[in-house]
Design a protein around this ligand. Structure first.
Ligand code: EPZ
Length: 421
């Protein structure tokens, strides 16, 4: 359905108004896996309506769980796990479905799934995940693209050092360790806010996780976890995207339901560009962007609390109209500048060399036919089209719908001339 659809944007409109930021996609996915750990009915509030969340529910239903959505609340009943096999088509549908391995393995002592497909950002290896689970006692056979994982006597704690602070590997180990025998330490763990949210969920279920958010996370395995109720944290990447949309339009926005602490790496760059950003109350932010913005200089993506790689594409879109030259160094993924060639169709001046992209600001962009090839690249195209003169038509919406709930409705509500055909 989303394949034939297009988003049509008539750019140049100043955004003004208030947006309640959606729940975090990258927070929800590990929580779905965690819900499979604790036999019973867990309740996830503030769960965004995204195709990735639908895929996660389909995976849970494949192994015997029951999922029910009412608006933004999803109930997961994992009382009975009838199967330990995740079908290939679901593994392909969502690269991050590897996140279910640790949870299924530690609860059911076996799990069978196919290698997750690569994605638009390059081959998405899972070597850190498999090495860690093997250290915890898993026997994993890789053949014909399938992973046969067993832990007949259950998983046991281990001292694991990650060579890179992988978000997914940290989450998988936390999930596997929560029911393993003994204590697991994760050194050089990822420090993303989604890790902290996952730890608070596991602890609410009776788990014993400490140190989440720091670079050493310790998990003491327990016998059993019981279901719990949890509100998913705000989506910091959706919030960063909407801040870039406000800035590119020279407008001003209030974001509610967000956490400005998680956004510090992004707001620091936007302030360098000349945006004025204030936070107030528990979860509100205000941005005002006078034109023209100036280049922030060099932006290096990094693990948290560095600049998040997921915000690089929408920020790049914004810098195409900022005065000066911006250098992006993409340190997390090896192929995350595919949106540059699409932005060039609007008149942007970007040259890409490996993990470096150099953006020379131009006075204006003009609308064009654009195609999204990945989720955040699609967000970059929408951001740039809002700042371009004339009409842009964007295809490849299935990528965008993976991570943004009703993005055209949200932007239209604050003054954008945007519709989905
Ligand atoms: C999570 O992916 C996010 N996805 C990504 O968001 C995000 O870009 C990424 O973290 C980095 O912040 C979810 O949370 C569902 P990683 P993940 O493991 O866990 C390499 C979005 O747009 N690596 O931290 O897959 C890997 O190739 C998505 O919302 C290995 O080499 O990220 C990559 O270069 C995109 N071996 C780097 O580490 C491994 O075993 C970062 O990967 C695992 C990863």
């Amino acid at each position: 359905m989303a394949e034939q659809q297009r988003i049509i944007i008539s750019g140049g409109k100043r955004l003004e108004g208030e947006i309640a930021v959606q729940g975090a996609k990258n927070g929800a996915l590990p929580l779905f896996a965690a819900a499979a750990l604790c036999g019973g009915e867990s309740v996830l509030h503030n769960c965004p309506k995204l195709s990735d969340c639908d895929s996660a529910c389909r995976i849970l239903e494949c192994i015997g769980c029951k999922c029910k959505r009412e608006k933004n609340t999803v109930t997961v009943d994992s009382s009975v796990i009838g199967s330990v096999e995740v079908p290939t088509h679901l593994m392909r549908e969502m690269r991050s479905s590897i996140i279910f391995l640790g949870a299924i393995l530690t609860r059911c002592k076996s799990c069978r799934l196919s290698f997750p497909g690569g994605c638009e950002l390059g081959p998405r290896p899972i070597d850190f995940h498999l090495a860690a689970l093997r250290e915890m006692g898993a026997e994993i056979e890789e053949k014909h693209g399938f992973l046969d994982c067993t832990a007949p006597s259950g998983l046991h704690g281990a001292k694991i050092t990650l060579s890179f602070s992988s978000v997914g590997a940290t989450e998988n180990i936390m999930l596997a360790a929560s029911l393993a025998e003994g204590v697991t330490e994760i050194h050089n763990a990822a420090r993303e806010p989604e890790i902290t949210d996952l730890a608070s969920f596991i602890n609410k279920c009776g788990g014993k996780v400490s140190g989440a958010g720091g670079s050493t996370v310790t998990i003491e395995g327990v016998e059993k976890l019981r279901p719990c109720e949890h509100k998913i944290m705000p989506d910091r990447i959706a919030a960063a995207t909407y801040l870039c949309c406000a800035a590119v339009s020279g407008g001003e926005l209030i974001l509610t339901e967000t956490d400005h602490n998680d956004l510090r790496p992004v707001t620091a760059v936007l302030e360098q560009m000349g945006c004025r950003i204030y936070s107030y109350g528990q979860s509100n932010m205000f941005i005002n962007a006078k034109k023209p913005l100036i280049s922030p200089g060099t932006v290096r993506t990094n693990v948290h609390p560095g600049f998040p790689t997921d915000a690089q594409p929408p920020l790049m879109a914004l810098t195409t109209l900022a005065a000066g030259t911006t250098v992006f160094v993409e340190n997390i993924f090896e192929n995350r500048f595919k949106h540059a060639s699409e932005l060039a169709r609007l008149g942007a001046r970007i040259s890409v060399e490996g993990k470096v992209a150099v953006v020379t600001g131009v006075k204006n962009l003009s609308g064009a036919e654009l195609m999204a090839t990945d989720l955040r690249g699609g967000a970059a195209l929408i951001t740039a089209a809002l700042g371009a003169e004339g009409v842009s038509r964007i295809s490849g919406l299935s990528h965008i719908d993976r991570g943004y709930e009703n993005i055209e409705g949200v932007l239209r509500s604050v003054g954008a001339d945007i519709k989905r055909m």
